[in-house]
Ligand binder design. Structure first.
Ligand SMILES: *Cc1c(COP(=O)(O)O)cnc(C)c1O
Length: 371
């Protein structure tokens, strides 16, 4: 039986293979390996696509989060409020710059940061709040920004939400956002890559300088920075995929709607809780995450995998229960919604090249696995 992949990078490559080869040849001819014309063109094109004035390409999404936090003025010892249920990098980037992650719980239906909990967590040392647009669905970043005291900035983690918007607003508009082009993201490179998005020319310039050894003029170093730059070969891949991203995101939305129909029966008797899109949100379905309350979730994932279906868990352990962040001293029970979600969720295959037949097979296998 054919595998049904969680993400199908091969199918995406097949669509763009000729363009990629031609683009790689251009880069090789120019030997423009770090930065260069392809990178500059991608930055312009992604800024236009994302509805922001500036896109600064960097080496990966984790660096992008750290650089955005730094540009927003976060320094060692500051507190940064972020959700307990996110990919570890949101907390890792915060910790790497010496700031203190202050975790808060999520909402049970959307899995997005609980805005009231975020506001309650603000103290005199808080410098930033990081809403994560988890699974492709925008968290209420603008609403949070409006409610925060003036010493706290919103820094969006948009690693999973390329092309998403909330009430017409895209990540980074009027503020600053970080994104990742890890291969499996909605817009993925063929290696590591990321970007910072903002309308603010000063924030963009700070990120660009920090990411290039604190320098804007060669060998003049104004800031103690580091090296986190986008390379020309990745920019070729990103440009080819960006030209298709709107269509690919639409294919994801169509597939999500089809899952909604296929899962209606299981949802009606409460065995599966399908994901929802909050009012005002243009969701880009990076992941299709369902809950299976009352079932042995790990056994269900095991049965799906045995049937050749690439189901997975995003993420099995909330940040506070990882060994890396045990030092925060937040034991089990600290964030009931995040912990319950981590026990009940699983991600079904979802990507732009998934077929209706494959989706029917996934739901049949899920029905069987639930017994
Ligand atoms: C992927 C991801 C990152 C980190 O991106 P990398 O490019 O892997 O460093 C950060 N935050 C979230 C929510 C992510 O999904």
């Amino acid at each position: 039986m054919d595998q049904i992949h969680l993400v199908d990078l091969g199918a995406a490559h097949a669509e763009i293979a000729d363009e990629i080869r031609a683009g790689f040849d251009r880069v090789l001819a120019r030997t423009a390996f770090v930065g260069g014309e392809e990178v500059a063109a991608f930055e312009r094109e992604y800024a236009a696509f994302g509805g922001v004035a500036h896109c600064v390409g960097v080496a990966n999404g984790t660096d992008a989060v750290e650089l955005a936090l730094r540009a927003a003025g976060v320094t060692a010892g500051d507190e940064v409020v972020l959700p307990a249920n996110t990919f570890i990098a949101t907390a890792g980037a915060t910790a790497r710059l010496g700031a203190v992650p202050v975790l808060v719980d999520c909402l049970p239906d959307s899995y997005l940061i609980d805005p009231d909990a975020a506001l309650d967590a603000i103290g005199p040392d808080t410098r930033a709040v990081v809403p994560v647009h988890l699974y492709g669905q925008p968290a209420p970043a603008a609403e949070l920004a409006a409610a925060l005291p003036s010493h706290v900035r919103v820094v969006e983690d948009a690693a999973q939400s390329q092309g998403a918007s909330r009430n017409g607003r895209t990540p980074g508009q009027g503020g600053i956002a970080a994104t990742s082009f890890y291969p499996g993201k909605n817009l993925g490179a063929y290696g590591d890559a990321g970007a910072v998005l903002t309308d603010d020319p000063e924030l963009a310039a700070t990120v660009r300088s920090l990411a290039n050894h604190g320098s804007t003029v060669k060998y003049r170093h104004d800031l103690a920075g580091f090296n986190s730059r986008l390379d020309g070969l990745q920019a070729v891949v990103l440009r080819a995929k960006l030209a298709r991203l709107a269509g690919w995101n639409q294919a994801r939305r169509d597939a999500a709607a089809r899952y909604g129909e296929l899962l209606a029966g299981l949802a009606a008797d409460g065995r599966v809780v399908p994901p929802t899109a909050a009012e005002g949100n243009e969701h880009v379905w990076h992941l299709y995450v369902v809950r299976v309350p009352g079932a042995d979730r790990d056994a269900v994932v095991g049965k799906l995998n045995a049937a050749g279906i690439g189901a997975a868990i995003h993420y099995p352990t909330p940040v506070h229960l990882t060994p890396a962040f045990a030092r925060l001293g937040l034991g089990p029970g600290s964030f009931p919604q995040a912990e319950r979600a981590a026990e009940e969720i699983l991600s079904l295959p979802l990507h732009p090249h998934l077929t209706a037949d494959q989706q029917a097979r996934v739901v049949d296998a899920l029905t069987g696995a639930l017994g």
